[in-house]
Design a binder for this molecule. Structure first.
Ligand code: IPM
Ligand code: MG
Length: 360
């Protein structure tokens, strides 16, 4: 089969990690008889430099016309880059929000997996880690406070800012269904996270999640307040299978989830909607401080490409093959600097990509 992949290298380490992911995809193509055709799309700071905006209409249209989108990272150094002197709606991150919204990608899957080979990097105590954990945060991605009305005004000489957090039942229902569907393919447990002791949106969230839960009698479901969830993730991450939550809580909890694994350079993510078109990106950022130095870990992006094969193209064997190749390289002791430990072999971005591609 032929697949059209819109590739967004973006900023910082984006281009170098995406290059390695494409290398691995090409190897999959040769082995399984597929052709991946890449169309480069500008987004983020590089797009601002070239066009004045973080995502042009044409760039969005190219992404829309593709079968799937692979993204490196966007954004620069907030303190230093000129991009952050621009109004917020013209900064690199605005491109990311615009593409999510423009492609209707309301469902963000962020797996948090402890790779047994990298146990040493996990900041939690051995008795908490046990035999490891593996859960996924299902984050609502195109609603809530990220997309509600906001304004900054001065009233009677006092500066005031307002952000609003709207959710309607349809937005909640469709993301809840995704979480239950994911749970059905995993451990059949959903924890729905909210702040129902304070927020109306959370009280509606709870009601709608309960309604959806009736469609999935096999799935065990419970509610958890977001502050408690933040605590439970470090106290006992093994208790989680699928964590379902709204946009901002999901942003925060997914960073925490990645940190407890100790290896954010390994974590992939998928943003999905109602069609097969998805956007796949590493959970980490653009790391401008190490950009272009062949130091970045390309594994999160390579695993994001595997998620693309699984969710957008239904190429399950091929996705498994990539994940197995990653594990093999880790078993053989190869590490990029972020996951380096004693006795292992230090390799750069390109070498890590080569090693994984060779093992496909
Ligand atoms: C993420 C990022 C983005 C978000 C930023 C860059 C807008 O933190 O993907 O988690 O908050 O969604
Ligand atoms: Mg975030």
């Amino acid at each position: 089969m032929n697949y059209n992949v819109a590739v967004i290298p973006g900023d910082g380490i984006g281009p170098e990690i995406v290059r390695e992911a494409c290398k691995v995809l090409d190897k999959i193509g040769v082995k399984y008889g597929h052709e991946f055709k890449y169309t480069e799309v500008l987004m983020g700071g590089v797009s601002i430099d070239a066009t004045g905006v973080p995502l042009t209409e044409e760039a969005l249209a190219t992404a829309k016309a593709s079968d799937s989108v692979l993204l490196g990272a966007v954004g620069g150094n907030v303190g230093q880059s000129n991009w952050y002197k621009l109004p917020p709606n013209l900064r690199p991150e605005a491109g990311l929000l615009a593409i999510r919204k423009g492609l209707g990608l309301f469902c963000n899957l962020r797996p948090a997996v402890l790779f047994s080979q990298l146990k040493g990097a996990c900041p939690l105590k051995d008795e908490i880690i046990g035999d490891g954990f593996d859960f996924v945060v299902v984050r609502e991605l195109t609603g809530g406070v990220y997309f509600g009305e906001r304004k900054t005004v001065t009233e009677n000489g006092i500066r005031k800012a307002v952000d609003t957090m709207p959710y309607d039942e349809n937005e909640i229902r469709r993301i809840a269904r995704w979480a239950f569907e994911v749970a059905m393919k995993r451990g059949k447990r959903v924890v729905s996270v909210d702040k129902a002791n304070v927020l109306d949106t959370s009280r509606l969230w709870r009601q709608v999640v309960k309604e959806v839960a009736r469609e999935y009698p096999e799935v065990e479901v419970s509610d958890m307040l977001v502050d408690n969830c933040a605590m439970q993730m470090v106290r006992d991450p093994k208790q989680f299978d699928v964590v379902l939550t709204e946009n901002m809580f999901g942003d925060i909890l997914s960073d925490e989830a990645s940190m407890v694994t100790g290896s954010i350079g390994m974590l992939a993510s998928a943003s999905l909607g109602e069609t097969k078109l998805g956007l796949y990106e590493p959970s980490h950022g653009s790391a401008p401080d190490i950009a272009g130095q062949n130091k970045a870990n390309p594994i999160a992006t390579i695993l994001s490409a595997a998620m693309m094969l699984r969710y957008s193209f239904d190429l399950l064997d091929e996705a498994d093959r990539i994940e197995a190749a990653v594990k093999q390289v880790l078993d053989e002791g190869y590490r990029t600097v972020d996951i380096m430990s004693e006795g292992c072999t230090l390799v750069g971005t390109k070498e890590m990509g080569d090693l994984i591609a060779e093992r496909i």
